[in-house]
Design a protein around this ligand. Structure first.
Ligand SMILES: Cc1ncc(COP(=O)(O)O)c(C=O)c1O
Length: 444
């Protein structure tokens, strides 16, 4: 170990703590609109700071390989029961520590290395964990799956079911390969996926169907968007921290007939420690979902539509107007008339509007460099949680328009953003909200 004076070490320590506080204060006066994030309730944050985060509990509740799990087991069983109710599922595993790990559980349970998996290409909304080996995707690199893409109807932002069927027939005729797994779900998830139609195709190939609900889990729990298990999915994987506003963690939701297979690959296959403080947070988030998400999910979708409409009326090229722009928390716009997605992201960030650049379907055809894509992606789930409704979305659209179209100085707009945020301090759609949404909790 290199010798460092106590003073120097303390400096680094202080620096980290002060950066954490700066982050909190920045987010308190910004508009966090990254579609894959959310702000959990103070109760979830309390769970995250608990001693559960320092413990181990390998295995299933009641069959642990560690002592000290008396209360941990009870909490995990509560999370499982609440998960079953929220998704009307026969089997729930709250151990996967993230959405990617939940996907790996499904890949490992339902396919073998070398099997063909169907998934969306990234510019069509797919996630890197669904990706081919050649792109460094988890499915290809870690599980060794041969990923083939769905045919995509760019005009309507949906899977082209007939085109996919023809593509699969060709794959079998010309290469003798048949799909083993159909993966649905996306990171830019504007409209429900054709689960029933893909189920029919999966049945023809005797294949499994997994639905990645990372982005839309909260909407599904709230009874909007779609109901993948009833529509034909064998299994649903999810992150617990996007529209389901819990801690950063994952979950697998499925039918009783797959329980043993899924449990086995999760542990000992893919997990040792499964982040027990997060499991407690997931239980709390699921209780909040059961109590409040019918209302929350509906408001998210109303807000996305209102934001999209207002941006569109202001001249921003929001995609899929003919389909009502979106049925989810996400809105996408093509900004190339003014700048590329990266510049838009940077300028908006300086204005306190935190969004991300994104590949959009035309980038697939144009082979655009993914670092400078044509689009931006906006999520309304977090600002909705701060208590905002449709009229606030109009105001946010104005602020974004000032940056994208009118070329206003971001630092000036940042002042307006901070002023606007003053009135939205607490988390809504939860049981208790005494602490400010982004209040820094000091327990030293
Ligand atoms: C569709 C999809 N699946 C999986 C993930 C990965 O989730 P996590 O970050 O929880 O591993 C994401 C992340 O945004 C996603 O968009």
């Amino acid at each position: 170990m290199e010798a460092v004076s106590v003073g120097k070490a303390k400096e680094a320590y202080e620096r980290v703590l002060s950066l954490l506080q700066k982050h909190h204060s920045w987010f308190s006066s910004s508009l966090p609109m990254i579609a894959s994030e959310n702000i959990p309730s103070p109760a979830v944050r309390e769970a995250l700071a608990s001693d559960f985060g320092n413990r181990y509990a390998e295995g299933w509740p009641g069959e642990r390989l560690y002592a000290g799990c008396r209360y941990i087991d009870e909490v995990e069983l509560i999370a499982v029961e609440l998960g079953k109710r929220a998704f009307q599922a026969e089997f729930v595993d709250v151990r996967p520590i993230s959405g990617v790990v939940a996907n790996l559980v499904a890949y490992s349970a339902f396919a073998e290395p070398g099997d063909v998996m169907m998934a969306l290409a990234i510019p069509h909304g797919g996630h890197i964990s669904h990706g081919k080996r050649k792109w460094g995707g988890t499915a290809g690199v870690v599980r060794g799956l041969e990923v083939e893409r769905y045919e995509f109807d760019e005009e309507n932002y949906t899977i082209d079911v007939d085109g996919t069927r023809r593509r699969l027939e060709r794959l079998e005729r010309e290469e003798g390969r048949r799909p083993k797994l159909f993966l649905l779900g996306a990171s830019v998830f504007l409209f429900p996926h054709p689960v029933k139609e893909i189920r029919q195709i999966a049945d023809e190939y005797n294949a499994y169907l997994v639905y990645d609900a990372a982005h839309v889990a909260g909407l599904i729990a709230g009874g909007v968007f779609q109901d993948p298990l009833r529509e034909g999915a064998d299994c649903m994987t999810l992150s617990t921290h996007k529209t389901l506003a819990g801690p950063q963690h994952g979950m697998v939701v499925s039918w009783g007939r797959y329980a043993e297979k899924l449990k086995q690959v999760a542990f000992p296959g893919l997990l040792s420690n499964h982040h027990l403080h997060a499991v407690a947070g997931v239980a709390i988030a699921l209780a909040e979902a059961l109590a409040f998400y019918q209302e929350y999910a509906r408001q998210i979708v109303r807000n996305s539509k209102a934001l999209a409409q207002a941006l569109y009326e202001n001249g921003v090229e929001v995609l899929y107007e003919h389909r009502g722009f979106t049925e989810s928390h996400t809105v996408v716009a093509d900004v190339t008339k003014y700048m590329d997605g990266r510049e838009a992201e940077e300028r908006l960030e300086r204005a306190g509007i935190i969004i991300n650049r994104n590949l959009i379907p035309k980038d697939y055809r144009l082979k655009t460099d993914h670092r400078r894509p044509s689009g931006i992606r906006l999520g309304t789930q977090e600002v909705t949680r701060l208590g905002m409704g449709e009229s606030e979305m109009k105001h946010i659209a104005e602020l974004i328009t000032k940056i994208i179209i009118h070329g206003r100085k971001p630092e000036e707009v940042a002042k307006e953003v901070a002023e606007f945020r003053r009135e939205y301090r607490r988390v809504h759609y939860c049981f208790e909200s005494a602490t400010e949404a982004y209040g820094y909790i000091r327990i030293r």
